[in-house]
Design a protein around this ligand. Structure first.
Ligand SMILES: [Zn+2]
Length: 256
């Protein structure tokens, strides 16, 4: 059973904490373009799914509601962008953590499904260390800066890294076909920018996605399939498990 805070009453949360549920999983999503075929809430759906899957192997964890807005300014110029300054997002994480420690939380596990949140996570990590030194903190990206776990699954299926893509490509599209196929417009899926990450990263950082892809896709969304999406999610959870085993202050690299 997943201990979803939004669905529990306060006595139920108090009882869960008293019987050992002292870990809080906080999922971070985003509201931003994901190509012409995926919904703006793609990262929010992915964050929620990853948090729930993680909770299923951490029975003593409470799952906080997913934060649906993150740091997404690299998507300026596309309709539908909402976003926070990195100081704001870091502040939200620290503010929530401070309240949670008051009712018994001893470990915070932040699951971010959006790579743009990475700077805010770093900022939050420093503040948490200073302001809540007794709270154990783990910051988990969604593994999709083409992490080894994801790329191993893709390679086994003959999918090259440039097709998996950093954003709205085969990787995220496969995951959304696994999670919410009703929201995927596969007839609109196309191949976007397929240049190597190293080549486009400086431009991406400076000028945003609009400068390298008119559709908003990095990768090839047409190669997506639901079965591989399930395997990506499982690989990401396995990677999380490994990171969490390494102990406090663990963190996993940036994600899409
Ligand atoms: Zn995304």
């Amino acid at each position: 059973m997943i201990l979803s805070m939004a669905e529990l009453t306060w006595p139920e949360v108090a009882e869960a904490v008293a019987t050992g549920a002292t870990t809080l999983i906080l999922p971070l999503g985003a509201t931003e373009q994901h190509g012409p075929h995926l919904p703006l809430g793609t990262d929010t759906y992915r964050a929620e799914a990853l948090a729930e899957r993680l909770a299923s192997i951490m029975p003593n964890a409470l799952v906080a509601p997913t934060l649906p807005v993150g740091c997404s300014d690299e998507h300026q110029g596309f309709a539908g962008l909402l976003g926070l300054e990195r100081e704001t997002l870091a502040g939200v994480i620290v503010d929530c953590a401070r309240r949670a420690t008051k009712w018994g939380v001893q470990q915070l596990v932040v699951v971010s499904a959006h790579g743009g949140n990475a700077d805010a996570l770093e900022l939050a990590a420093g503040r948490l260390e200073r302001e809540l030194p007794h709270l154990r903190v783990a910051l988990l990206g969604a593994g999709t800066a083409l992490s080894d776990a994801i790329l191993a699954v893709a390679a086994a299926d003959g999918i090259p890294a440039v097709a998996v893509g950093l954003h709205a490509g085969e990787g995220e599209t496969s995951e959304m076909l696994a999670l919410r196929p009703d929201l995927v417009r596969m007839h609109r899926a196309t191949a976007g920018c397929r240049d190597g990450l190293k080549d486009i990263m400086p431009r991406l950082r400076r000028d945003g996605l609009r400068s390298v892809t008119s559709t908003g896709i990095l990768g090839d969304a047409t190669a997506a399939c639901a079965d591989r999406g399930h395997r990506y999610l499982a690989a990401e959870i396995q990677a999380y498990r490994d990171v969490l085993r390494q102990g406090p202050a663990a963190s996993e690299g940036p994600s899409r």
